[in-house]
Design a protein around this ligand. Structure first.
Ligand SMILES: [Zn+2]
Ligand SMILES: [Zn+2]
Ligand SMILES: [Zn+2]
Length: 291
């Protein structure tokens, strides 16, 4: 639209020139004595000489100063039209060139911007891939630490002097039930605590003269066997293992998050690639249009 509006005026002058140039006119000499019927076909560059085409199809050059004032004014008017036409053509060319250049510049800037985006997306993907690699290495290191700890634990148990690898230690402790006496606190049911036979001549066969039955828990020994779990020095290893497992878990979480970010970055990369392709196609089309 812009172009049409801009060139309405110059085009009008150009139009006027053509019509007037076609028009047959009666030319009069400066002194008014000679008249010639002819068309104006050209004006010299310096504007001092004109070329006329006569009815017999012959062209003649005439110095402008030898023509009447009215003819000179007519030629001047045509000259102005010619100038305006040339000026208009020049201006149209300039504006066309300006728009072409602007479009090319815009397209190239777009390509450059998309290239920049693509480069950034590539870097993002690369750094996330590097981070994934580092996290995997970290995880592998933790895993091998855990394996090492486990091997150490097995070794310690096997060589434990306290349990001999059974992980249990048996000790004898005093029986609290009978207060280490080996006897029940209740009186013997047969002799009612006397320890003697009913006639008091013999020893009670049930409690063998003790007046009370055997402690059922320690079976009269006053001590009992207690089985304990042997640590084999593993507590510190287990704690270290738990700590490493916690770290391994956070590495695994970080890796998952990184993986999601990587997928996102990769899809951004693909999008940027196609956007760059589109920008390049647009730029190529402009270049082809120029040829
Ligand atoms: Zn008894
Ligand atoms: Zn007991
Ligand atoms: Zn042990």
């Amino acid at each position: 639209m812009k172009k049409i509006v801009t060139f309405t005026v110059p085009l009008f002058f150009w139009f006027a020139f053509v019509v007037n140039a076609d028009e047959v006119r009666i030319w009069t000499s400066a002194n008014g004595k000679h008249k010639t019927e002819a068309k104006l076909v050209d004006i010299s560059k310096d504007g001092k000489t004109i070329t006329l085409l006569k009815a017999d199809n012959k062209e003649i050059d005439v110095a402008l100063e030898k023509l009447s004032k009215a003819d000179q004014a007519y030629v001047n008017k045509q000259q102005k039209g010619k100038d305006a036409k040339e000026e208009g053509e020049k201006e149209k060319k300039n504006v066309d060139q300006y728009w072409d250049e602007t479009r090319e510049r815009t397209a190239l800037a777009q390509v450059a911007r998309k290239e920049e985006h693509l480069e950034r997306a590539k870097q993002d993907v690369q750094s996330l891939q590097q981070r994934a690699l580092a996290l995997r290495e970290q995880g592998a290191a933790h895993t091998s630490q855990l394996k090492q700890l486990y091997a150490e634990k097995v070794e310690r148990i096997r060589n434990c002097r306290q349990c001999g690898g059974t992980r249990t230690i048996e000790t004898r402790e005093r029986c609290n039930d009978c207060n280490a006496t080996g006897r029940s606190t209740a009186n013997c049911g047969r002799c009612k605590g006397s320890g003697r036979t009913p006639d008091h001549k013999g020893v009670c066969s049930s409690c063998r003269g003790n007046g009370a039955d055997e402690c059922s828990l320690c079976r009269g020994t006053g001590t009992r066997t207690v089985t304990k779990h042997c640590d084999c020095g593993c507590t510190e290893i287990d704690l270290a293992g738990m700590r490493i497992q916690g770290e391994l878990q956070s590495v695994s979480n970080a890796l998952q998050m990184n993986q999601r970010a990587l997928q996102k970055a990769q899809s951004t990369l693909r999008r940027n690639q196609s956007e760059l392709q589109r920008a390049q196609n647009a730029s190529d089309q402009l270049n082809q249009g120029k040829k």
